[in-house]
Design a protein around this ligand. Structure first.
Ligand code: NAP
Length: 291
């Protein structure tokens, strides 16, 4: 029941109409009996700082920030968390004295998703596909979690070189090995954890994988696709066809939301509740099987 005490949270983006975040946060609020509603806000590029200032004045408790505003929003905040600064992207705003503080919960969200599937990063050899905003965050996660080596492959290799250099400068780790996407046959003959962070295969382009060559997939023991629409991507199908385990990105989305909710409400969401909200998300997306 919305009343005079109801707190408001929301997500700003453009487009924002297909967001799953309200389903996560409104379910958490209901299950935790918090008087809180979460709504989408369509915000145009160039208006982000004004939107953030207005949200603060309206006593909004917290905000998520999605594509394409994760960098622009940094102009509208008063403080930035060290991790978000390293990654160079903010997806969560938390009220502090005088304005919002920016956090990045995508990266810890991916880590929590992997832990919940018993996927280890520490000491692993990793193939990271892509060098966009998401892949950049994953590269920092790999460095922080002390993976053995990250073979980071992208269509434009220059982008990977820049990320490798930034990771080296900001973390002191030399773990990223930049490669052109087309050089995948040169990957050392080992078994890898592969993280798919390109947008290839995203709905409605479901029949494509960033690497189509089946031989590549024999090197993968576990494939984690950040894409969750569709929930069984071509990349995942190719991994499974060669005997590997494959996961989609819906749990990453779930946990980035849960971590934001925890920051706003100063609570800890237990795993059984996370599981209940995950079931709600899966139902909304019509996902039945889990591979
Ligand atoms: P982005 O910044 O636009 O980066 C796109 C990446 O895909 C780049 O590396 C780009 O390569 C590559 N790419 C695009 N078209 C390609 C093609 N035809 N062939 C080869 N490579 C191609 O996107 P992003 O924000 O990093 O997001 C990447 C994916 O992660 C999206 O599908 C998004 O839905 C997903 N994601 C999921 C979550 C979650 O919570 N599960 C969170 C964030 C992102 P170039 O650099 O060469 O152009």
């Amino acid at each position: 029941m919305i009343d005079g005490h109801t707190r408001v949270c929301g997500v700003i983006g453009n487009p924002v109409e297909h967001t799953m975040s309200p389903a996560i946060h409104n379910a958490l609020a209901e299950k935790l009996s918090h008087n809180l509603v979460y709504v989408p806000f369509h915000v145009e590029t160039g208006e982000v700082a004004a939107a953030v200032k207005g949200a603060y004045a309206l006593n909004v408790l917290g905000m998520n920030v999605t594509v394409p505003h994760k960098k622009e929003v940094m102009e509208g905040i008063v403080e930035i968390d060290a991790l978000a600064e390293k990654i160079g992207a903010v997806n969560t705003l938390v009220r502090t004295k005088g304005g919002f503080k920016g956090y990045n919960t995508d990266m810890p969200g991916l880590y929590r998703a992997m832990c919940s599937e018993n996927i280890r990063m520490e000491g692993e050899d990793v193939i990271l596909l892509g060098a966009g905003g998401a892949a950049r965050a994953v590269a920092f996660l790999c460095a922080e979690k002390n993976v053995a080596k990250v073979y980071m492959l992208n269509r434009s290799v220059e982008k990977v070189r820049m990320i490798a250099q930034e990771v080296r400068e900001k973390t002191g780790k030399e773990c990223i090995c930049p490669m052109a996407l087309s050089d995948y046959p040169d990957l050392p003959d080992k078994k890898y954890l592969a993280i798919q962070a390109t947008s290839v295969g995203l709905f409605p382009d479901e029949d494509r994988a960033v690497i189509e060559d089946e031989a590549f997939y024999k090197k993968i023991h576990t494939g984690f696709d950040l894409i969750y629409r569709p929930s069984n991507t071509k990349f995942m199908k190719l991994v499974r066809a060669r005997g590997g385990k494959a996961y989609h990105g819906l749990k990453m989305l779930l946990y980035q939301g849960i971590i934001a909710y925890e920051l706003w409400n100063k609570v800890s969401v237990p795993e059984d509740l996370a599981g209940e909200v995950y079931e709600i998300l899966k139902e909304k997306m019509g996902i039945k099987d889990e591979g």
